[in-house]
Design a protein around this ligand. Structure first.
Ligand code: FA5
Length: 331
């Protein structure tokens, strides 16, 4: 075998390779198990001892040269590949694009912050259904069907599918959860219940037909309005800052006695109602089967949009539901 010729041909074949797979194929052709050089090695046995020595030496040299050339070509391919990628496709030196992260809706932020504060002062967070029964939304709260106070809550009623079916509605407030929780749990207890509420009423700057409330309920052997005042003052200072000013004036709710309304100043300095509250009415304890006058408690229902209005200086609660990114992205 003319080894010089083999070496020359191999070099030409390697040079002609256009990519790594062609190079691998060529390398296999010369150096693989059944390759030209390997076969030549196996044929050395047929030669005389002196021929074996000189041919063997030559063959080793040719094998090393081809292997070197393959290695060099492979290096060239890899460098070229990297260069062409960095020139035309990926510029690995360019600064990365900033990934746009989503963020929380201001109402979600308010709810989470209120939850954190009340949890710090010993309240648990529980949930109740948005589709409510007439019983929990009204009757259990000392508002029977003929009670004029039902008019306070303009209600979205759910159509009955059968004539005798009980009436369902979209809850008009989170207060049904007072009765729901008291029925299943034994005092002493302290809970808050955040949730969406619905009222069939005309909207304005401070009223939506859909809004969120957070109900609060604390029941123990001795709970007074002074406890409520301490809790609501503590909450407002933690939520709005140490200078937060609140005003508590009398109000009326069928399920609390006495009842109060809590207001805070909006950005124009006017009082804005943020919550209704009071001491749990004995008829509510009666409705959930508690012995009369064994327990006392306070309850409140605070409007989440109103809290957001004051905290962020918003003019209109309806803005919070318009999905306008110019507003939402400020939070
Ligand atoms: C109630 O809904 C009572 N359930 C509150 C309560 C709970 C009283 C426990 C006593 C004991 P009222 O309708 O006033 O009360 O609503 C309470 C708060 O919800 C209001 O102060 C206001 O912050 C908010 N709110 C009421 N209606 C709307 C509305 N249409 N849009 C936005 N926020 C509202």
């Amino acid at each position: 075998m003319d080894l010089d010729q083999v070496s020359k041909e191999a070099q030409q074949a390697i040079n002609k390779c256009r990519d790594l797979s062609e190079l691998e194929e060529t390398a296999r052709h010369y150096l693989g198990k059944k390759g030209v050089v390997t076969t030549a090695f196996s044929q050395l046995t047929k030669l005389s001892l002196s021929q074996k020595k000189s041919e063997g030496k030559k063959l080793n040299q040719v094998q090393a040269i081809i292997a070197d050339q393959v290695k060099q070509k492979e290096k060239d391919f890899k460098e070229n590949l990297f260069q062409s990628q960095s020139e035309s496709k990926i510029d690995i030196s360019r600064p990365g694009k900033k990934i746009k992260l989503g963020h929380l809706h201001p109402l979600t932020k308010v709810v989470r912050e209120v939850e954190d504060i009340f949890q710090l002062i010993g309240f648990s967070v529980v949930e109740g259904p948005e589709l409510e029964t007439e019983y929990y939304n009204f009757d259990a709260l000392n508002i029977p069907a003929d009670h004029p106070a039902r008019d306070i809550w303009d209600t979205f009623w759910i159509k009955k599918s059968k004539p005798k079916q009980k009436k369902n509605l979209l809850r008009t407030h989170t207060s049904p959860n007072q009765a729901r929780y008291l029925e299943k749990n034994q005092p002493p207890l302290r809970i808050i219940v955040p949730g969406m509420c619905y009222r069939h009423e005309a909207t304005d700057r401070t009223h939506g037909f859909q809004f969120m409330q957070i109900e609060g309920l604390m029941v123990d052997e001795q709970v007074s309005l002074a406890n409520f005042k301490a809790v609501v003052e503590r909450f407002s200072q933690m939520f709005f800052g140490p200078d937060a000013e609140i005003r508590i004036i009398p109000d009326y709710f069928p399920f609390t006695e006495p009842s109060v309304e809590v207001s805070m100043r909006n950005k124009a300095g006017e009082w804005l109602e943020i919550m209704g509250a009071g001491l749990v009415h004995p008829n509510v304890f009666k409705a959930v089967g508690y012995p009369p006058y064994q327990w006392q408690g306070f309850a409140f229902g605070v409007g989440v949009e109103r809290l957001a209005m004051i905290k962020y200086g918003l003019d209109d609660v309806r803005q919070l539901y318009q999905g306008d990114l110019r507003l939402i992205q400020q939070f």
